[in-house]
Design a protein around this ligand. Structure first.
Ligand SMILES: O=C(O)c1ccccc1N[C@@H]1O[C@H](COP(=O)(O)O)[C@@H](O)[C@H]1O
Length: 209
């Protein structure tokens, strides 16, 4: 097993550099203003310049306008779009880019339906459901709801940290894990040791599997 790691919600160059140096496969930039991790297009341009080849830059959106996604794409070399709201499959597929869709999990049936509805995605991300927030909640959910038969690469998110990620990888066997709050010292400010511990844990458990 070789579970990939995405570190999301980066707002500072030093955090981008730490995630890259510690072996992150993908870095997430949040283009959703209500989030405390949100970045402007100008900030994202600077951050993206510090990402080397073979590390993906992922743009996270929540119910964006078509115009806004295109504006971001014109300025930032995003490798992947992450739609974390109520976007339709047609909307997600409308930018000629690879994309993943997040599902805020309430039932197993909902994940199975999402595999069918978003079959053109490059992956399905499963995250905790919260009545008030679209994501970045720091909460995990019942991993038993995740089906073992998957028709897309499964990305596990929601309340992960170095304390539970090895358990998560062993139980769920996801294609990738995605973390934001679990590697922070404050909202939008990453903790370098937490990033390092998180990625080490994933690599350790993958080696022993
Ligand atoms: O990070 C945010 O603020 C955010 C806002 C709106 C939608 C998604 C967001 N982040 C994503 O949420 C999950 C879980 O985050 P956490 O590890 O529980 O803090 C992850 O995919 C982030 O990319």
């Amino acid at each position: 097993m070789n579970t990939r790691v995405k570190i999301c919600g980066l707002t500072r160059v030093e955090d981008v550099e730490a995630a890259v140096a510690n072996g992150a496969d993908a870095l997430g930039l949040v283009f959703y203003e209500p989030s405390p991790r949100s970045v402007t297009i100008g900030q994202a341009e600077v951050l993206a310049r510090h990402v080397p080849a073979f590390v993906s830059v992922v743009g996270l959106f929540v119910n964006p306008s078509d115009t806004y996604v295109r504006e971001v794409l014109n300025r930032i070399p995003l490798d992947l779009l992450q739609f974390h709201g109520d976007e339709t499959p047609d909307f997600c597929a409308g930018f000629g880019r690879r994309w993943i869709k997040a599902v805020r999990v309430q039932s197993a049936g909902q994940i199975e339906q999402a595999f069918r509805d978003y079959h053109l995605a490059s992956g399905l991300l499963v995250d905790a459901w919260d009545p008030d927030r679209y994501g970045g909640t720091g909460h995990s959910f019942n991993w038993d709801l995740i089906p073992s038969v998957r028709t897309l690469p499964l990305i596990l998110a929601g309340g992960l940290s170095s304390d539970n990620v090895s358990d998560a990888v062993e139980k769920v066997k996801p294609w990738a894990v995605d973390v934001s709050g679990g590697v922070e010292k404050a909202k939008g400010i990453k903790d370098i040791k937490k990033i390092s511990d998180f990625i080490c844990e994933v690599h350790r458990v993958c080696k022993t599997d």
